[in-house]
Design a protein around this ligand. Structure first.
Ligand SMILES: Cc1cc2nc3c(=O)[nH]c(=O)nc-3n(C[C@H](O)[C@H](O)[C@H](O)COP(=O)(O)OP(=O)(O)OC[C@H]3O[C@@H](n4cnc5c(N)ncnc54)[C@H](O)[C@@H]3O)c2cc1C
Length: 490
């Protein structure tokens, strides 16, 4: 760890009256704008490296999209709805009899979700205090490359030698859709509905739409998914899309791929969606709620990036070089607001990367090894290259798969859908991609990341002992299948 110089600042401007923290001086080694997983992790790492650090957040709670209206609340509702579905559909098979009908108390379910969010965001407050990071509440906007105005209850100015932009993203929409936040909603509203939709139409078959669609399907809503591409989760390996589509159809989702939505109108409490199908025929779908989950856009509103000489690209992302440095050399950007996957753990890695870069270290991120996860059930997880990517790149590869249904563990828990697929270099046997769908895939993918980080071959993994009975045995079996087509249990 390199020592970080102490900087002498000429001006101390106003003390932040809004801050929950004791702030003596408004000059910093690093100011972080945005307190999502990118921003707060960057701030902690800067503080650990001895830099005087401030974090600026426009909302009253820390944690950004992920903790407030993203990863954490969606997982809380996925878990609650999963328990409900188990009680309704599976308890009886397990020999568990309930005294009466199982009912959903949505208000209580949403309140529990909020309690999880509050506890988690409160944890970030604690971490800021623990690391002596000054927290400012207000909208941060550049005055110039070294000064930031913070508009809270009053406007104050701070000086920062380095700034990290971590302002994240917001839900995007289609130009002809009017999101009224009541019936035509984004993920933010879907996390706090006051009633279970009768028929929820989800525009977009990506991660967020499918996760939230599954929450309400489990709670009893009819759910129709409308996707423009020819498959759901279109950025993942096609085998995963196919299997998840099968599972969703079994759960009576209506899946409409290759449908181009052209209008969304609210008429009273009804939402009417018109789309063209693959043949160019108009299809009309009526629901009482429409969740628009067609992606997210980088968020730089109010940042006044031009004043600091920070350039945006034509997609509205902050432009960065390989060091995540913007066009202003003392300003960096991380997370959803720059190029790349919009994932919390990608933002976190970048936060650490930039903090260490500022401290003079030489950190590294392997973007190929950032796993992608869908927290539906079965869960879907991937790392490395998909079959489609390997084919396109002309890489000679071999593939080994193993179905979850062949595992004792899966039969014990009745989670028999899915498979693990390992793609390995045809000549060297190095693992190039791992794609899985099944129970606990979100956790299991870590094994694949470790293996690939250490450039393991499929044979290396196939020779590792995997505890029995576990879902991870499917990884060993898929590795055996990839190495020599010699899976043991199928
Ligand atoms: C429903 C949903 C579920 C998701 N689930 C997952 C998941 O399971 N796993 C996963 O990896 N990712 C998930 N994501 C994506 C994840 O939330 C984002 O990738 C992640 O939050 C990005 O982190 P970030 O730090 O770049 O930005 P954000 O988390 O968006 O944080 C940016 C923060 O900056 C603040 N801000 C913006 N401008 C200013 C300004 N000028 N001044 C002060 N503050 C400002 C914002 O208020 C916000 O708090 C999910 C997203 C959604 C919507």
């Amino acid at each position: 760890m390199l020592p970080v110089k102490t900087f002498v600042f000429l001006v101390t401007i106003h003390k932040n009256q809004n801050s929950k923290y004791n702030i003596d001086m408004n000059s910093y080694d690093v100011a972080v704008i945005g307190s999502g997983p990118g921003g707060y992790v960057a701030a902690i790492r800067c503080a650990q490296l001895g830099m005087k650090t401030a974090i600026i957040e426009k909302y009253s709670t820390l944690g950004g999209t992920c903790l407030n209206v993203g990863c954490i609340p969606s997982k809380a509702l996925l878990d609650s709805s999963h328990h409900f579905e188990d009680a309704v559909k599976h308890f009886d098979t397990h020999g568990i009899e309930l005294p009466g009908d199982v009912k959903v108390n949505l208000e209580k379910m949403i309140a529990r979700k909020q309690a999880v969010v509050d506890q988690t965001t409160g944890g970030i407050d604690f971490l800021m205090k623990k690391n002596n990071i000054d927290v400012y509440q207000g909208l941060g906007s550049f005055k110039d490359a070294r000064h930031i105005n913070i508009a809270g209850e009053e406007t104050i100015e701070i000086e920062a030698k380095h700034t990290i932009i971590a302002t994240g993203s917001k839900p995007s929409s289609l130009p002809f859709i009017n999101i009224d936040k009541e019936r035509i909603i984004t993920s933010t509203e879907a996390l706090k509905l006051k009633e279970i939709p009768k028929h929820l139409v989800v525009i977009g078959g990506g991660v967020i739409g499918l996760e939230l669609g599954q929450v309400y399907r489990r709670l009893g809503a009819e759910v129709t998914v409308v996707e423009y591409m020819d498959r759901i989760i279109p950025t993942m390996d096609a085998g995963l899309s196919k299997e998840l589509n099968k599972v969703f159809k079994k759960a009576k989702f209506k899946m409409n791929v290759s449908h181009k939505v052209k209008s969304v109108e609210r008429v009273g409490d009804e939402v009417i969606i018109k789309a063209d199908n693959k043949k160019g025929e108009e299809v009309e779908i009526k629901g009482d709620y429409c969740l628009v989950s067609v992606g997210r856009r980088p968020y730089t509103d109010g940042l006044n990036s031009e004043a600091a000489g920070v350039k945006l690209n034509d997609r509205g992302q902050v432009e960065v070089n390989d060091h995540l440095q913007t066009s202003a050399s003392n300003i960096y950007a991380i997370g959803d607001v720059i190029k790349g996957a919009m994932l919390a753990h990608k933002a976190e890695e970048e936060g650490v990367f930039v903090a260490e870069t500022i401290a003079g270290q030489k950190p590294h991120i392997d973007y190929n090894l950032i796993p992608g996860v869908v927290y539906t059930w079965p869960e879907v997880a991937s790392v490395g290259k998909s079959e489609e990517q390997l084919k396109e790149a002309g890489v000679a590869y071999k593939s080994g798969s193993f179905p979850m249904r062949a595992l004792g563990r899966s039969r014990a828990s009745m989670d028999i859908d899915g498979f693990v697929k390992i793609l390995a270099d045809k000549t060297t046997d190095e693992i190039l991609g791992v794609h899985m769908i099944g129970a606990r895939a979100a956790d299991m993918i870590a094994e694949a990341v470790v293996a690939m980080e250490f450039r393991a071959s499929a044979e290396d993994v196939s020779r590792m002992s995997h505890a029995h009975p576990t879902y991870t045995e499917a990884i060993k079996e898929a590795a055996l299948a990839a190495t020599e087509d010699r899976a043991l249990h199928i």
